[in-house]
Each structure stands twice: as C-alpha cells, then as structure tokens.
Design a protein around this ligand. Structure first.
Ligand SMILES: NC(=O)c1ccc[n+]([C@@H]2O[C@H](COP(=O)([O-])OP(=O)(O)OC[C@H]3O[C@@H](n4cnc5c(N)ncnc54)[C@H](OP(=O)(O)O)[C@@H]3O)[C@@H](O)[C@H]2O)c1
Length: 202
C-alpha cells in the first residue's frame, strides 16, 4: 500500500505534519504508513516502548519520516506531554490529527464496573476531545487543520455486550459534528471514519 505510493503518485502531502495515536498496530499502523507514503512527517504514540522502537526502525528503513513517544491516552497529563512533544518537534504547528487509539471491552451491561466505564470513556472519548483542544492552537498557527477520528460502525447500531465502547464512539460522532461546526471558521475540518470489522489485535 504505502510502498506503492512513495511520493510518486499524482498528488502529495509533502510538508504536512500529522499526529496519529496508536500507530504501532492495526488501523493506526496503516494510517501512519499511508500518510508517510504521501510525504507527511508523522508523530505517533502508544504504550509499549519496545513495539514503538521496532516500528520506528522499520519506518526509518522504508524512508518514512516518523517519530514516536510513549503516551497512555487514558491519562490527562500524558496527553498534555504528548502534545508538548508534538509542538516542540513541529515548531508550534500541526496540520493533521488522527484520533485512532481506543480501548475495546466485551461485557454484559450489568457487569461493567465504574472503573471499566471510566477507562473506556477516558481513552475513547475524553482523550479525543482533549487532544482536539490541545491541537487547536497548533492548527491555528498553521492556518489549516484536519482532524480525523476513528469511530466505529457499531456506534450507530447495538451489538450485544459492547454497550460502553459503542457509547464512547457515539460520543466521538457527536463531538465531531460539534467541532466541525465550531471550528470551520478557523479552516479546521473535523471528520470521523466508522469502519466495520477489521482483523487487528483489537
Ligand atoms: N478493528 C476493528 O474491527 C475496528 C472496527 C471499528 C472501529 N475500530 C477502531 O479503529 C481504531 C483502531 O483499532 P485497531 O483495531 O487498529 O486496534 P489495535 O490493533 O488494538 O491497535 C490499537 C493501537 O492503539 C494503541 N493504544 C491502545 N490503547 C492506547 C492508549 N490507552 N494509549 C495510547 N495508545 C493506545 C495500541 O498500542 P499499545 O497497546 O501498545 O498502547 C495500538 O498501537 C480504534 O479506535 C477502534 O475502536 C476498529
């Protein structure tokens, strides 16, 4: 996919900068390679240093311009540190934010603990909203921004035992609409993509 693009296509995103959360596996990994293949300078994050280092080595060997840092998106202070790092690497500017990382959990509704609910909502929804807030001044400095949040088609149907995950994605859909309206005046586009089932580690 990305190898076949390698800056030789009919268009390019060379010169753009992007943050992609959860780029070490699955859909996020493919997004990093796709963007980097189009010439974007990408920063990604995950919670596993060894896996992140392995990915960074592979991307370097492919000629992709990708950096990465450890961040557990559940924690507010780690999100702030991530975006401070991003701001420092990209000189206070950013063009693209891909909110990809999320936590899944399969449980009957009666079995969810307060900790389960808090961890799913913080990782899947609050972190998306918070990263958008943190990215806003960087987009303003660029005079252009694009946010893409990975939702799920399960956000608009009811799949048994996925109630809180689906609610978190429904909240992502809603905030996508709100921010798209609120930030259009700032030349910031806000969209969500809702995949169906894709074979990944999730
Ligand atoms: N796969 C599907 O069928 C499917 C369908 C619809 C929607 N989606 C959505 O697509 C997105 C990607 O899913 P996927 O299937 O590619 O997942 P995945 O294979 O499990 O990959 C998740 C990535 O996010 C990182 N991550 C997970 N929790 C994190 C946290 N708290 N902080 C920072 N990084 C974290 C993981 O690395 P570490 O674990 O090392 O942190 C990994 O790089 C998610 O938003 C998911 O809800 C997936």
């Amino acid at each position: 996919m990305a190898e076949s693009l390698n800056f030789t296509g009919r268009w390019s995103l060379k010169g753009m900068t992007a943050v992609v959360t959860g780029g070490t596996r699955g859909i996020g990994h493919a997004i990093v390679e796709e963007l980097a293949g189009f010439g974007v300078t990408v920063h990604t994050c995950s919670r596993n240093q060894e896996e992140l280092d392995q990915c960074l080595r592979e991307w370097k060997n492919k000629g992709f311009d990708v950096t990465g840092s450890i961040c557990d998106l559940f924690h507010r202070d780690q999100r702030e540190k991530l975006m401070e790092t991003v701001s420092s690497i990209f000189h206070g500017k950013l063009n693209i934010l891909v909110n990809n990382a999320a936590k899944g959990m399969i449980k009957d509704a009666v079995d969810y603990t307060p900790e389960d609910i808090s961890s799913i909502m913080s990782t899947n929804f609050e972190s998306v909203f918070h990263l958008c807030q943190l990215a806003y001044p960087l987009f303003k400095a660029s005079e252009y921004g694009s946010i893409v949040s990975i939702s799920s088609n399960s956000s608009v149907v009811a799949i048994p035992s996925l109630s809180v995950y689906e609610a978190s994605k429904g909240a992502v859909n809603q905030i996508t609409k709100n921010l798209a309206c609120e930030w259009a005046k700032d030349n910031i586009r806000v969209n969500a993509v809702s995949p169906g089932l894709i074979r990944t580690s999730l």
